[in-house]
Write a protein of this length. Sequence first.
Length: 463
Amino acid sequence: METLSEEKITQLKQALRGRVIQPQDEDYNTARKVYNGMIDKSPLLIAKCVNIADVITSVNFGRENNLLTAVRSGGHNGGGLGICDGGLVIDLSQMKGIHVDPAAKTAWVEAGCTLGDVDHATHAFGLATPSGIFSTTGIGGITLGGGLGHLTRHFALAIDNLLEANIVLADGSVVKADATSNADLFWALRGGGGNFGVVTSFVFKLHDLSTIYGGPMLWELSDAAEVLKWYQKLIKSAPDELNGFFAFLSVPPGPPFPEHLHAKKMCGVVWCYSGDMDKAEKVFEPIRNFKKPALDFVGPIPMPAMNSMFDALMPPGLNWYWKADFVNELSDEAVAAHLKYGPQMPTLLSTMHMYPINGAASRVSNKDTAWNYRGATWAMVIAGIDPDPANNEKISKWAKDYWEALHPYSAGGAYVNFMMEEGEDRIKATYGDNYERLVSIKTKYDPNNLFRVNQNIKPAVHA
């Protein structure tokens, strides 16, 4: 890394409409914090971009000054890959423009928006785009990694609803990527993460959806084996409109949860039915008849309420350690591993989720986008979570042990948005047969690997 003169930094400050934050600034420590409290990195400069011109200037500055460059949209990123030590952070979190076209059923969304911002704008028109389960998630990172969520079985992944992206490339040029313009880049952006440039805006397809029928349904841990086997059979044959992710969790110790369940370890499914509301009760009849749950909070709610249901439980700054895999089948051996490690959740917030990715998402070919696990049934994530850094080793060990017990029964790779920094082999496993094509596209658009603070796909010259 080259030494930066004050003169160069002053030039950057003068060229940007947004602020440039340095270590000596009063708000530096706040600006460098990311969602995962376990990540503690100290960049040299944070460029708070307010428009695409700021992004172009920042990309050029990073490249010309040989600075390690990270791109941050302002959401979660479990691995903390929106920040770096000693380099430049291009922070897009103030770029929050949204335009909904209700006639075309599309939304133009700037990269600093959260899912909550998008839900707020689209819900006013009775529309929604599929993505995520927390409203605090950043639209940029989740989309580029794939975009799993409550609506995946019905409307597929976020990338399957992406129509267009505007992107600043490593050389500072700006291009549009869609099905006809820079189609190779558009293919790579849909699942290939932030490897190819800085996406400044997205255009999404929207769907008619205002109210869903959903919420958590919880059972005793002693019922977990029965619930898992029943759930697997159900979700594999369920109509696309029915989504539900299985979880091991501890009941939050506060309202609206009943006091006798507070802090109790349980298993459950968080349902989201997005079909005809007149049919919802009928759809849930066999679910409710399977086994009486200890808690049933499932009913009609607005889509934005569903997407923000867990926000208060997971505020920014908690310590997270993630391990993930794609899963095809829950064999008896896999169920046994879940029954051993799931109930060992070491802290109140630690959890295991299995998000279904069959249904509509499975009917897109692996070759149509960079996302390579269309045939998997679930994306599983094991998350050790706690506010106290003193428990970091404990939550990490549980997640690793759990993952190691289950990994032999997995499909191989993992959802990139659930991965920490796990090395090149895991990245190759995640992209499988699409990896070499991604390397070729990376080599074309970012030959010097400027954008490498990510689940990095190295260009051919660096491979």
